[in-house]
Design a protein around this ligand. Structure first.
Ligand code: M6R
Length: 613
């Protein structure tokens, strides 16, 4: 969580910092702030709120200067208010008088002990943050050598953090130190930058370098000096930045979520065409680092992830077990370590993550690596923390996803996991695996998704109705149990309607008690072996006067009779259907949230990337 940006060069720093904060706001957006060096002082502006509202009040004259740092926050320690916003300062008491300005992404785990020690030494804290501790530690340790002072942070602080620091006595200098949380250095012509991810660097810097674990960097307009935790100078390769790597405009759409939903046909096409031919004869997966022999030797697959990615794992586990005949289970990444899973090289652990930065998923992957399990990551950002840890990476090729509610990454995950299950089936010589039929359906998938998107009005009509609901139920069976969970997650994330997703078979065991006229039920009952039984559940809900929104295949003879609203989708293979079925549920959530006046791209309390446990 939280985004860091830093600039030192020959241009004014403020516009670069504001733009960087804007591009990093997906990481957290409850407050923002900047610090700029001008005329021998560090000038800080910060407040709770969104960068769009805050930046106009940051006067360019008062913040004129060519070196500065900026931050966008997702609160962990202390409520979002001015005192807790970053930059945190140390050394003096006024906002324009500190010795040190510091911005931070991550968590200092021994903050309470450090705070007590510093207070005993006479430090008066002005915020509730763990970040302020870092600022005081740095300010007190600084005797003219920024590397030595940064080493104190590594020595005394436990936890995961990336920080960028300015010192009043070092006018053109940024100092950064990292443990756990990511931080990049962008190298330009007579200017250099720091950023939590690549987006703010694209179009500004020519080359990029990642700060390694427990490393320190000193950045000036003309030089970047890297040091290890002992303070010894080290060298690091840089790589050229591909200037197509950022795609941040809304392209005329009112929301990123809507734009990203409409990108799905194209993204899925790229993913499918890159991996499989239309007959399913060729499956290009050699880059994953898993041999056919390994696939045959696996005795179990654990899929670990959080949120939407966990829902994708539930689908992936279903496929790997039912089609490729490997015992497979989806597990929430944050619960993985504590169950002390039985692992060795006969187990494959697949970490699924859009960002590749989710701390819970990273820790679960580390558990697998430590135990000697084979590992693979299904990611949207190959160059990410998880991407570098995993034994192999399957890139879902969804392109940058900015909307907090995941849409194209979800369908990218499902499609990637389906391709993986095909690969596993072939490697394990599963004679009856429907590889050719699924390959054919996958090549038709972009069109099916496009058609589902064209049916926007059907879901919009249902949204007009459910917008007044306080509670909703989502039901699905087989691989669409995951679709039900994901549909409910989308709804609650962006419309703030309480929504529960359940495998429909679970209804009679409890959730049916909730059914009433006031609680709409979304049932996924597209063509396939589960349709009949799903319609049985639908009848049970109707018998209790519950309203039904039915996701049904084109031409379904019963849909209109059983449902208050039908969300129709084109026919496809039943195992591919969950990818298509996700579309009307995305539209339903989007249109409901829009009608309720919610902030669709940046819902309350959430952040796009959850880099803390
Ligand atoms: O980046 P990741 O896929 O690892 O993120 C995991 C979850 O935080 C994420 O899917 C979250 O649930 C989304 N907001 C869902 O829309």
């Amino acid at each position: 969580m939280c985004g860091i940006i830093g600039y030192t060069g020959s241009s004014q720093a403020l516009p670069v910092l504001i733009q960087g904060i804007r591009l990093l706001s997906y990481r957290g957006y409850d407050s923002a702030g900047v610090s700029v060096w001008r005329e021998g002082a560090l000038h800080v502006r910060k407040d709770p709120g969104r960068i769009e509202d805050l930046a106009p009040s940051w006067d360019p004259d008062g913040l004129a200067g060519t070196t500065g740092i900026g931050h966008t926050r997702w609160a962990t320690h202390g409520v979002p208010n001015r005192a807790n916003a970053h930059p945190q300062q140390a050394g003096e008491t006024t906002e324009d008088g500190g010795l040190v300005s510091l911005v931070h992404n991550g968590i200092v785990e021994n903050d309470l002990a450090l705070r007590e020690t510093l207070e005993a030494e006479g430090v008066a804290f002005r915020s509730d943050t763990d970040t302020e501790i870092l600022a005081h530690l740095f300010a007190r340790a600084f005797q003219g050598d920024p590397v030595a002072a940064a080493r104190v942070l590594l020595d005394r602080c436990r936890g995961q953090f990336a920080v960028a620091i300015q010192h009043r006595d070092l006018p053109d200098t940024l100092i950064a130190v990292r443990r756990g949380s990511p931080l990049l250095v962008g190298l330009g012509v007579r200017e250099n930058l720091l950023a939590s991810d690549l987006r703010p660097l694209v179009g500004r810097a020519d080359r990029v370098m990642e700060l390694g674990e427990s490393e320190i960097v000193i950045v000036t307009p003309d030089a970047v000096h890297l040091f290890d935790a002992s303070g010894a100078a080290i060298e690091r390769e840089t790589r050229a930045i591909d200037h197509t790597e950022r795609d941040t405009g809304k392209d005329g759409y009112p929301h990123f979520m809507l734009k990203e939903m409409h990108e799905q046909p194209e993204r899925l096409y790229e993913l499918v065409a890159g991996r499989i031919d239309p007959e399913g004869r060729v499956l290009r997966m050699d880059d994953l680092g898993l041999t056919d022999e390994q696939w045959r030797s696996f005795e179990r697959v654990d899929l670990v992830a959080a949120g939407t990615a966990f829902n994708a794992c539930a689908y992936g586990a279903y496929l790997l077990e039912s089609m490729a005949r490997i015992p497979a289970r989806a597990l929430m990444a944050h619960e993985y370590e504590s169950r002390d899973p039985v692992l060795d090289e006969r187990v494959l652990v697949i970490a699924v993550s859009q960002s590749g930065e989710t701390m819970d998923t990273k820790i679960a992957l580390q558990v697998a690596l430590d135990a000697g399990a084979a590992t693979l990551a299904v990611l949207n950002v190959r160059e990410s923390v998880i991407g570098r840890m995993a034994g192999g990476v399957l890139d879902m090729h969804a392109g940058p996803e900015i909307g907090v509610a995941s849409t194209k990454a979800y369908t990218g995950m499902l499609c990637s996991l389906l391709l993986l299950a095909l690969k596993a089936s072939r490697a394990r010589c599963i004679a009856d695996a429907p590889i050719a039929e699924i390959a054919q359906a996958l090549w038709a998938l972009p069109d099916a998704v496009r058609t589902a998107l064209e049916r926007f009005d059907e879901a919009a009509a249902a949204a007009q109705d459910v917008r007044r609901a306080d509670h909703m139920l989502y039901l699905g069976r087989g691989p669409d149990a995951a679709t039900a969970s994901e549909g409910a997650l989308k709804m609650k994330e962006i419309s703030y309607i309480h929504a529960e997703g359940h495998p429909a078979g679970e209804m009679k065991h409890g959730p049916i008690a909730l059914v009433s006229r006031e609680m709409p039920t979304v049932a996924i009952a597209t063509a396939g072996p589960w349709r009949e039984r799903m319609l049985g559940n639908v009848r049970e809900v109707r018998a209790r006067e519950g309203e039904i929104i039915l996701v049904a295949t084109d031409g379904d003879p019963d849909a209109a009779k059983l449902a208050d609203f039908v969300l129709s989708v084109p026919a496809t293979h039943p195992l591919v259907a969950p990818i298509v079925n996700a579309i009307p549920l995305q539209i339903l959530a989007y249109e409901t949230a829009r009608r309720r006046g919610c902030d669709i791209d940046q819902p309350r309390n959430l952040a796009k990337t959850v880099t803390v446990q």
